[in-house]
Design a protein around this ligand. Structure first.
Ligand SMILES: C[S@@+](CC[C@H](N)C(=O)[O-])C[C@H]1O[C@@H](n2cnc3c(N)ncnc32)[C@H](O)[C@@H]1O
Length: 181
Protein backbone atom coordinates (compact mmCIF):
# COMPACT_ATOMS: atom_id res chain seq x y z
CA UNK A 1 0.00 0.00 0.00
CA UNK A 2 1.41 3.41 -0.91
CA UNK A 3 1.12 6.47 1.28
CA UNK A 4 -1.37 7.91 -1.24
CA UNK A 5 -3.87 5.16 -0.45
CA UNK A 6 -4.11 6.53 3.11
CA UNK A 7 -5.11 10.03 2.00
CA UNK A 8 -8.86 9.33 1.64
CA UNK A 9 -8.91 7.67 5.10
CA UNK A 10 -7.07 10.62 6.60
CA UNK A 11 -9.46 13.08 4.95
CA UNK A 12 -12.49 11.23 6.32
CA UNK A 13 -10.96 11.22 9.82
CA UNK A 14 -10.22 14.94 9.61
CA UNK A 15 -13.80 15.61 8.50
CA UNK A 16 -15.25 13.57 11.40
CA UNK A 17 -13.09 15.39 13.95
CA UNK A 18 -13.91 18.80 12.42
CA UNK A 19 -17.63 17.99 12.45
CA UNK A 20 -17.42 16.83 16.09
CA UNK A 21 -15.88 20.13 17.12
CA UNK A 22 -17.73 22.58 14.89
CA UNK A 23 -21.32 21.30 14.98
CA UNK A 24 -21.77 21.66 18.79
CA UNK A 25 -20.22 25.15 18.58
CA UNK A 26 -22.75 26.16 15.94
CA UNK A 27 -25.80 24.83 17.80
CA UNK A 28 -25.04 25.30 21.48
CA UNK A 29 -21.71 25.27 23.26
CA UNK A 30 -18.12 24.03 23.18
CA UNK A 31 -16.97 21.03 25.17
CA UNK A 32 -15.63 21.65 28.64
CA UNK A 33 -16.14 18.92 31.24
CA UNK A 34 -17.46 19.62 34.75
CA UNK A 35 -15.19 18.38 37.54
CA UNK A 36 -16.45 15.43 39.57
CA UNK A 37 -16.76 17.76 42.56
CA UNK A 38 -19.10 20.05 40.61
CA UNK A 39 -21.04 17.07 39.19
CA UNK A 40 -21.76 15.83 42.71
CA UNK A 41 -22.70 19.30 43.94
CA UNK A 42 -25.17 19.71 41.08
CA UNK A 43 -26.78 16.33 41.74
CA UNK A 44 -26.87 16.99 45.50
CA UNK A 45 -28.41 20.40 44.98
CA UNK A 46 -31.20 18.83 42.93
CA UNK A 47 -31.62 16.15 45.66
CA UNK A 48 -31.48 13.43 43.03
CA UNK A 49 -32.68 9.99 44.12
CA UNK A 50 -33.63 6.63 42.64
CA UNK A 51 -37.03 7.95 41.49
CA UNK A 52 -35.43 10.56 39.24
CA UNK A 53 -34.88 10.62 35.52
CA UNK A 54 -31.91 12.93 35.06
CA UNK A 55 -31.32 14.53 31.65
CA UNK A 56 -27.97 16.12 30.87
CA UNK A 57 -28.43 18.35 27.83
CA UNK A 58 -25.03 18.41 26.16
CA UNK A 59 -23.75 15.38 28.03
CA UNK A 60 -20.12 15.39 26.84
CA UNK A 61 -18.47 12.16 28.00
CA UNK A 62 -21.58 11.18 30.00
CA UNK A 63 -20.04 11.80 33.41
CA UNK A 64 -23.15 13.46 34.92
CA UNK A 65 -25.67 10.79 33.96
CA UNK A 66 -23.16 8.05 34.85
CA UNK A 67 -22.62 9.60 38.29
CA UNK A 68 -26.39 10.03 38.77
CA UNK A 69 -26.81 6.29 38.17
CA UNK A 70 -23.80 5.08 40.17
CA UNK A 71 -24.04 7.29 43.23
CA UNK A 72 -27.77 8.08 43.41
CA UNK A 73 -29.21 5.04 41.62
CA UNK A 74 -31.19 7.39 39.35
CA UNK A 75 -32.07 6.90 35.68
CA UNK A 76 -30.13 8.97 33.18
CA UNK A 77 -30.43 10.28 29.65
CA UNK A 78 -27.64 12.27 28.03
CA UNK A 79 -28.10 14.19 24.80
CA UNK A 80 -24.92 15.02 22.91
CA UNK A 81 -24.23 16.48 19.47
CA UNK A 82 -20.61 15.33 19.18
CA UNK A 83 -20.60 11.79 17.74
CA UNK A 84 -17.14 10.96 19.12
CA UNK A 85 -18.18 11.83 22.68
CA UNK A 86 -21.38 9.86 22.22
CA UNK A 87 -19.32 6.83 21.23
CA UNK A 88 -16.96 7.35 24.15
CA UNK A 89 -19.79 7.65 26.69
CA UNK A 90 -21.62 4.61 25.29
CA UNK A 91 -18.46 2.48 25.65
CA UNK A 92 -18.04 3.69 29.24
CA UNK A 93 -21.68 2.92 30.07
CA UNK A 94 -21.26 -0.58 28.65
CA UNK A 95 -18.03 -1.13 30.61
CA UNK A 96 -19.71 -0.01 33.83
CA UNK A 97 -22.73 -2.26 33.27
CA UNK A 98 -25.15 0.69 33.27
CA UNK A 99 -26.86 0.00 29.94
CA UNK A 100 -30.28 -0.55 31.59
CA UNK A 101 -30.06 2.68 33.57
CA UNK A 102 -28.34 5.21 31.34
CA UNK A 103 -28.98 6.10 27.73
CA UNK A 104 -27.08 8.50 25.46
CA UNK A 105 -28.82 10.05 22.48
CA UNK A 106 -26.82 11.48 19.59
CA UNK A 107 -28.52 14.64 18.43
CA UNK A 108 -29.44 18.25 18.97
CA UNK A 109 -30.87 18.86 22.43
CA UNK A 110 -33.40 21.31 20.99
CA UNK A 111 -35.03 18.40 19.12
CA UNK A 112 -35.54 16.11 22.13
CA UNK A 113 -38.76 15.75 24.06
CA UNK A 114 -37.97 16.49 27.69
CA UNK A 115 -41.38 15.75 29.19
CA UNK A 116 -40.24 12.64 31.12
CA UNK A 117 -37.29 14.34 32.82
CA UNK A 118 -37.61 15.14 36.53
CA UNK A 119 -34.16 16.77 36.69
CA UNK A 120 -32.39 18.62 33.87
CA UNK A 121 -28.70 19.52 34.15
CA UNK A 122 -27.15 22.16 31.90
CA UNK A 123 -23.62 23.30 31.32
CA UNK A 124 -23.92 25.22 28.07
CA UNK A 125 -23.60 28.88 27.16
CA UNK A 126 -25.77 31.76 28.40
CA UNK A 127 -27.41 32.41 25.06
CA UNK A 128 -28.15 28.70 24.61
CA UNK A 129 -29.83 28.59 28.04
CA UNK A 130 -31.96 31.58 27.05
CA UNK A 131 -33.10 29.82 23.86
CA UNK A 132 -33.90 26.72 25.89
CA UNK A 133 -35.99 28.48 28.54
CA UNK A 134 -39.36 28.25 26.80
CA UNK A 135 -38.82 24.60 25.85
CA UNK A 136 -38.13 23.80 29.50
CA UNK A 137 -41.27 25.65 30.60
CA UNK A 138 -43.40 23.99 27.92
CA UNK A 139 -42.22 20.42 28.31
CA UNK A 140 -41.23 19.89 31.96
CA UNK A 141 -43.81 19.11 34.66
CA UNK A 142 -44.21 21.66 37.45
CA UNK A 143 -41.81 20.74 40.24
CA UNK A 144 -39.09 19.51 37.88
CA UNK A 145 -35.64 20.73 38.87
CA UNK A 146 -33.28 22.47 36.46
CA UNK A 147 -29.65 22.90 37.51
CA UNK A 148 -27.42 25.22 35.51
CA UNK A 149 -23.69 25.39 35.94
CA UNK A 150 -22.05 28.82 35.39
CA UNK A 151 -25.00 30.47 33.61
CA UNK A 152 -28.12 31.95 35.24
CA UNK A 153 -31.47 32.21 33.47
CA UNK A 154 -32.43 35.84 32.97
CA UNK A 155 -35.69 36.66 34.77
CA UNK A 156 -35.91 33.33 36.65
CA UNK A 157 -35.36 33.13 40.39
CA UNK A 158 -32.95 30.44 41.54
CA UNK A 159 -34.26 28.44 44.52
CA UNK A 160 -30.72 27.57 45.64
CA UNK A 161 -27.37 29.08 44.69
CA UNK A 162 -23.83 27.88 45.23
CA UNK A 163 -22.06 31.20 44.60
CA UNK A 164 -18.59 29.73 44.91
CA UNK A 165 -19.14 27.05 42.27
CA UNK A 166 -21.67 29.07 40.25
CA UNK A 167 -24.39 26.41 40.40
CA UNK A 168 -28.04 27.50 40.21
CA UNK A 169 -31.13 25.42 40.99
CA UNK A 170 -34.48 26.33 39.45
CA UNK A 171 -37.85 24.69 39.96
CA UNK A 172 -40.35 24.78 37.10
CA UNK A 173 -43.57 26.48 38.20
CA UNK A 174 -41.78 28.41 40.97
CA UNK A 175 -38.60 29.94 39.58
CA UNK A 176 -40.16 30.99 36.31
CA UNK A 177 -43.13 32.94 37.76
CA UNK A 178 -43.01 36.71 37.30
CA UNK A 179 -41.94 38.40 40.57
CA UNK A 180 -44.59 38.63 43.23
CA UNK A 181 -46.95 35.93 41.88
C1 LIG B 1 -19.63 22.55 28.42
S1 LIG B 1 -19.84 20.92 27.77
C2 LIG B 1 -20.59 20.09 29.16
C3 LIG B 1 -20.40 18.59 29.15
C4 LIG B 1 -21.03 17.86 30.35
N1 LIG B 1 -22.42 18.20 30.49
C5 LIG B 1 -20.29 18.19 31.61
O1 LIG B 1 -20.80 19.05 32.37
O2 LIG B 1 -19.20 17.63 31.83
C6 LIG B 1 -21.22 21.18 26.64
C7 LIG B 1 -21.54 19.97 25.80
O3 LIG B 1 -22.76 20.23 25.10
C8 LIG B 1 -22.66 19.71 23.79
N2 LIG B 1 -23.64 20.47 22.99
C9 LIG B 1 -23.61 21.79 22.67
N3 LIG B 1 -24.71 22.15 22.00
C10 LIG B 1 -25.48 21.04 21.88
C11 LIG B 1 -26.74 20.77 21.28
N4 LIG B 1 -27.46 21.76 20.69
N5 LIG B 1 -27.23 19.52 21.33
C12 LIG B 1 -26.52 18.51 21.96
N6 LIG B 1 -25.32 18.71 22.54
C13 LIG B 1 -24.79 19.95 22.52
C14 LIG B 1 -21.20 19.94 23.40
O4 LIG B 1 -20.80 19.06 22.38
C15 LIG B 1 -20.51 19.65 24.74
O5 LIG B 1 -20.15 18.29 24.84
Amino acid sequence: MTIYALIPILLVLIMIVAFSILWPLAIGAAYSPSSLRVVRKMLDMAEVDSEDLVYDLGSGDGRIVIEAARRYNAWGVGVEADPLRVLWSKVNILKLGLRQQVKIIWGNLFHQNLSHATVVILFLWGRTNEKLKYKLQDELEPGSRVVSYVWKFEGWNPIKIDERERIYLYIIGESDKPNGQ
